[in-house]
Design a protein around this ligand. Structure first.
Ligand SMILES: Cc1cc2nc3c(=O)[nH]c(=O)nc-3n(C[C@H](O)[C@H](O)[C@H](O)COP(=O)(O)OP(=O)(O)OC[C@H]3O[C@@H](n4cnc5c(N)ncnc54)[C@H](O)[C@@H]3O)c2cc1C
Length: 422
C-alpha cells in the first residue's frame, strides 16, 4: 500500500491535515478509523512499504486480537491508566464486528478472527480507513517533528506534512524487523518527555545452564516460578520449551518482564512433594530390577528423566534397587523445584512487546502529552504491556481509539470540518 490515497477521487489532500498519525500498526490504524469517522482529514505515515506488517505475524498468522474476559490483572506498567482506557473502549470483539470481522474464542479465552487469518483483521482496518478517506503514505519514515502556533510539521527524509493534531503510534522497540525501533522515544527527546527505559518483554529468558544442551528441543508442561534472590516474583503454568541457551514458551514469556534471576520448574504441579516421593517409591518397587535410566519412563520424557536423575546424583546405569532413600527425596524435590539460573533478556529481536516507555505522568487521561498539547501517544510506546493471550492488541485498539477520538474531539469547534461518517 504505497502512498495510497483512499480519499474520494478528485479530492486533493489538504495542505494541513486535521490529524497525522505516525505508524500504520495496530494502534495507528485504530486511531485513524476513529479520527476519520469523526470527520477529520487523516493521514497515516508508515516507514515500511505497507501498513500492518506486524499484525500479519501476530498469533502465528492467526491474530489473537483480544481475550475474553479481558482480565485487567494481565496488564503491567501503568495499570490504572490501562484499566481506565480499556473500560472506556472495551470489547474489541464488538468493535471488530462493527468493522465486519466475526470472531471465535478458543478454550483459554483467546479470540481470533473467524477465518483464523490475521489478514482478515488487517483488511477490515484498511477497508474502513479507505471508506473514511484516510490517506496512507508508506515508505515515509518520520525523522523529527516540530510545532509552531499549534500546527505540527512532520518531517520525513523526502517530504513534510502539516497537521493540527499529531498521534505517535510508532510502537516500542520489540520485533524491530517489523518497523518498531523506538522512534516515538527519539522523536520526543527534544521536547524533554520522560521515557522509562524500554526493555524486551514476552521473550525467552537466556540461560547458560549446561543442562540445556541436553534438553534442547524438548517441551514440558510445568508450573514456572520466577525468583530474584529469595523473592518470588510470579508464577505461570504452561509449556516450557528448552532451547540451547534459553528457556522459552508462553509461560516463560509471561514472566520475562519481571527480569528474574532464577526460574523454578515444577514438573508435577498437581502433586505435593510427599505424593511425588510416594510415587517414586511405587515406581521403584515396580521397576526394581531395571537400570535407573528406565525408572521414570512414563512420568517424564526420557531425556528429561535422565537429567533429573543426574541432578539428584543417581547414575543412569545403577540399578533402581540401589537408589538411596535420600536420593529419592532429592529427586522428588527436583521434580517440584528444578532451578535454572537465567539472565535479563536483552534482545528486542526475540521480544513480542516492550516494557517501559512513556509514563502516565507525561499523559492526560486521553493520552495527550502534557508537554505537547495536540500530540497524542498510543499503543506500545506507552508504558503498558501485558501477558500473552490477546491483551497487548486489546491495549493497542483501546489506546489507539482513545487517541483518535480525543484528537478529533479537541478539533470539534474548528470551522469547515467534514460531517461525521459513523
Ligand atoms: C511475533 C509477534 C506476535 C504477536 N502476537 C500477538 C498476538 O497474537 N496478540 C496480541 O495481543 N499481541 C501480539 N503481539 C504484540 C502486538 O503485535 C503489539 O503489542 C502491537 O502490534 C503494538 O501495536 P502498536 O501500534 O503500538 O505498534 P506496532 O504494531 O509495532 O506498529 C508501529 C508501526 O509504526 C511504524 N513506525 C515506527 N517508527 C516509524 C517512523 N519513524 N515513521 C513512520 N512509521 C513508523 C512501524 O513500521 C509499525 O508499522 C505480537 C507481537 C509479535 C512481535
Amino acid at each position: 500500500m504505497k502512498n495510497v490515497r483512499s480519499q474520494p477521487a478528485g479530492k486533493e489532500p489538504p495542505s494541513c491535515f486535521d490529524c497525522v498519525i505516525v505508524g500504520g500498526g495496530a494502534s495507528g490504524l485504530a486511531a485513524a478509523i476513529e479520527a476519520s469517522a469523526a470527520g477529520c482529514t487523516v493521514c497515516v505515515v508508515e516507514k515500511l512499504p505497507r501498513v500492518g506488517k506486524k499484525l500479519l505475524a501476530t498469533g502465528n498468522g492467526r491474530c489473537n486480537f483480544t481475550h475474553e474476559p479481558l482480565f485487567h490483572g494481565a496488564f503491567h506498567g501503568e495499570t490504572a491508566l490501562a484499566s481506565r482506557i480499556l473500560l472506556n473502549k472495551a470489547n474489541p470483539e464488538e468493535w471488530f464486528r462493527s468493522l465486519g470481522v466475526l470472531s471465535r474464542k478458543d478454550g483459554e479465552g483467546r479470540v481470533y478472527p473467524y477465518s483464523n487469518q490475521a489478514s482478515a483483521v488487517l483488511d477490515a482496518l484498511r477497508f474502513t480507513c479507505a471508506q473514511n478517506g484516510v490517506i496512507f503514505k508508506c515508505d515515509f519514515a518520520v525523522t523529527s517533528f516540530d510545532v509552531r502556533r499549534g500546527i505540527y510539521e512532520i518531517i520525513g527524509q523526502n517530504e513534510r506534512l502539516r497537521a493540527k493534531r499529531l498521534i505517535l503510534a510508532c510502537g516500542g522497540c520489540a520485533a524491530p524487523a517489523m518497523g518498531s525501533t523506538g522512534d516515538a522515544f527519539s522523536l520526543l527527546k527534544p521536547f524533554g518527555v520522560e521515557v522509562l527505559p524500554p526493555r524486551p518483554a514476552l521473550c525467552p529468558l537466556p540461560s547458560k545452564e549446561p543442562v540445556l544442551r541436553a534438553l534442547k528441543g524438548l517441551r514440558v508442561r510445568a508450573m514456572v516460578t520466577a525468583w530474584r534472590k529469595a523473592r518470588k516474583l510470579g508464577a505461570s503454568l504452561g509449556e516450557v520449551q528448552f532451547q540451547e541457551q534459553a528457556l522459552s514458551g508462553i509461560c516463560v514469556f509471561d514472566l520475562s518482564w519481571l527480569v528474574p534471576q532464577e526460574l523454578s520448574l515444577d514438573l508435577l504441579p498437581d502433586l505435593e512433594v510427599q505424593e511425588v516421593e510416594k510415587l517414586l517409591w511405587e515406581l521403584l518397587r515396580t521397576r526394581k530390577t531395571l537400570p535407573a535410566e528406565d525408572w521414570l519412563t512414563g512420568l517424564f520424557l526420557r531425556r528429561i528423566g535422565g537429567e533429573l536423575l543426574k541432578a539428584a546424583g543417581i547414575p543412569l546405569t545403577a540399578s533402581v534397587s540401589e537408589v538411596h532413600p535420600q536420593q529419592i527425596q532429592r529427586l522428588a524435590q527436583l521434580c517440584k523445584d528444578w532451578r535454572f539460573v537465567v539472565e535479563a533478556p536483552t534482545q528486542f529481536a526475540t521480544a513480542q512487546v516492550t516494557a517501559g516507555g512513556i509514563p502516565a505522568s507525561e499523559l492526560s487521561p486521553d493520552l495527550e502529552l502534557l508537554r505537547l498539547p495536540g500530540c497524542y501517544v498510543c499503543g506500545e510506546a506507552v508504558n503498558v504491556h501485558a501477558d500473552c493471550g490477546g491483551y497487548n492488541l486489546s491495549w493497542a485498539w483501546a489506546s489507539g481509539r482513545t487517541a483518535g477520538c480525543a484528537a478529533a474531539e479537541s478539533l470539534r469547534r474548528v470551522p469547515n470540518r467534514k460531517k461525521s461518517k459513523r
